[in-house]
Design a protein around this ligand. Structure first.
Ligand SMILES: Cc1cc2nc3c(=O)[nH]c(=O)nc-3n(C[C@H](O)[C@H](O)[C@H](O)COP(=O)(O)O)c2cc1C
Length: 128
């Protein structure tokens, strides 16, 4: 089961969670600013980001818009934020409209509890 972890993070919270997920999955977490699109097919793509002023970062939206159904088996979402889970809800809708399978369950860490959520994030990364 090939997995990949991709994220967009301005201040490091989502990056920290992405790295914990990656440790569980046994792969590297890669920022979408370093690698703008997947270079090979993966069975499970972990994709994460955060809301800024009520919307997900345009960089993450563009990444999701470019993602093709043929590149992934399915997507597993994660997010960090202060109060809204809007980023995952918007991503779920956008990707599903493209025919990409997105798991219903996603991982959430509040921005003030990143450290305390790392073990759970690692477990999320281990999931089959
Ligand atoms: C400019 C700015 C706007 C934000 N707007 C929201 C928001 O609308 N809703 C929310 O829940 N969190 C908001 N936050 C909190 C971030 O989503 C949260 O800190 C998140 O963990 C940031 O992820 P990052 O560290 O990976 O960039 C905002 C933070 C910043 C700096």
């Amino acid at each position: 089961m090939k997995k990949a972890i991709r994220y967009f993070s301005k201040m490091g919270n989502t990056k920290a969670i992405a790295e914990a997920i990656a440790a569980g999955a046994g792969v590297q977490a890669v920022s979408i600013t370093d690698e703008p699109s997947l270079t090979e097919y993966v069975d499970i793509l972990y994709l994460g980001g955060a809301p800024y002023a009520n919307i997900m970062a345009p960089e993450l939206k563009a990444y999701a818009e470019k993602l093709e159904k043929s590149q992934v088996g399915r997507v597993r979402l994660f997010t960090t934020s202060n109060w809204f889970r809007r980023t995952v809800l918007a991503l779920k809708k956008l990707l599903r409209e493209k025919g990409i399978e997105v798991e219903e369950e996603y991982f959430y860490a509040h921005m003030l509890h990143i450290q305390g959520r790392k073990d759970a994030a690692k477990e999320f990364g281990r999931k089959a």
